[in-house]
Design a binder for this molecule. Structure first.
Ligand SMILES: Nc1ncnc2c1ncn2[C@@H]1O[C@H](COP(=O)(O)OP(=O)(O)OP(=O)(O)O)[C@@H](O)[C@H]1O
Length: 304
């Protein structure tokens, strides 16, 4: 599959901070690629370099085969960008925010109006077209940023935390629209802290930490590899903790204790549950999740 992004040995230093550290990555055309990482992992910095708003310290980025440092203007025409913050123009109405944006892409007036109306209706904002930005709720502003990103019919959409702060209804609307765009062949790159979002939308996910990619695979592949499809959990009585530890160590399973609950990864789950149940332990099993993988790889401590 051809690469939408070819990132090689990419590094970004801010004075003494290395935000992105010699990172190489291919993102394929037509896929939805999810970038996960704790605060400060370097996700926004990576997105800023990809969107040409922050210069690279080292390395190269090719987008649809073009060198980003040589042809930034052409590359920007491929993009729809949904930034983390709200950079809407408060002086303009909702629809004017879109039609003015269309001018950067030299889309003629009538076509711009049509596209703006289409994008507004896609994100259920048509009734606000003439309204002021200051009268929009936070969720509406985010939806407007998404609508604005579609104005140039982009081949690639880059979204930095697209659904943060949205209520569940708006979040599902956004997910549904992103899936529709993907089915039309648009390449999506999203950063998120929302594990469900990453699992639901992404074909592949990279887990980023301290400027590097720690793991990269399909959501299912990451779960299978790092924690197993099912995780066994045990909540032992305090006096039985030692017995449980001995039992788990004897079986050689990988486990972690989280607030008195033992989580066991990559085990023969049915056998383990039955055996521990017979010994009188309070034991159950659940599906392994991307969140388990994330915590396992990036740790429980606050990183910042
Ligand atoms: N303009 C800047 N000047 C100096 N340091 C910066 C700047 N922007 C980011 N950093 C630092 O670079 C590192 C990566 O930050 P970045 O914002 O890229 O992480 P992130 O993964 O997007 O985090 P978050 O999820 O909190 O947005 C952090 O240590 C951050 O403090």
């Amino acid at each position: 599959m051809p690469a939408a992004f070819e990132i090689r040995n990419l590094t970004k230093h801010y004075k003494d901070v290395t935000a992105v550290d010699n990172l190489s990555l291919d993102i394929f055309e037509g896929e939805c690629f999810g970038l996960l990482g704790p605060n400060g992992a370097g996700k926004t910095t990576l997105v800023k370099m990809l969107t040409t708003t922050s210069p690279l310290t080292n390395g190269t980025i090719h987008v649809m085969g073009m060198d980003l440092q040589k042809e930034p203007r052409q590359i920007k025409a491929f993009y729809g960008v949904v930034p983390q913050g709200d950079n809407l123009d408060p002086e303009l109405s909702v629809i004017e925010n879109l039609t003015t944006f269309a001018r950067y892409f030299e889309i003629p007036g009538e076509a711009a109006k049509n596209r703006a109306n289409e994008a507004l209706s896609l994100f259920k904002l048509e009734h606000k077209a003439q309204g002021k930005i200051k009268n929009l709720s936070g969720g509406m502003k985010r939806r407007l940023l998404l609508a604005r990103a579609l104005i140039n019919n982009p081949l690639i959409i880059i979204l930095d935390e697209p659904t943060v702060g949205l209520d569940p209804q708006s979040k599902y609307l956004v997910w549904q629209k992103l899936k529709e765009l993907k089915s039309r062949g648009v390449t999506l790159l999203l950063t998120t802290q929302n594990m469900d979002e990453a699992a639901v939308l992404s074909d592949r996910v990279a887990i980023m930490h301290q400027g590097k990619i720690l793991a990269l695979d399909t959501p299912k592949g990451l779960v299978e590899k790092h924690v197993g499809n099912r995780v066994v959990e045990i909540l032992p009585e305090e006096q039985c903790r030692g017995e449980l530890l001995a039992e788990l160590n004897k079986r050689g399973y990988e486990f972690e204790e989280v607030e008195s609950i033992f989580q066991v990864f990559h085990s023969e789950t049915d056998t383990l549950c039955a055996d521990l149940g017979k010994l009188g332990f309070n034991v159950w099993q659940r599906l392994g999740t991307l969140e388990d993988v994330f915590i396992k790889l990036t740790g429980r401590g606050l990183v910042e």
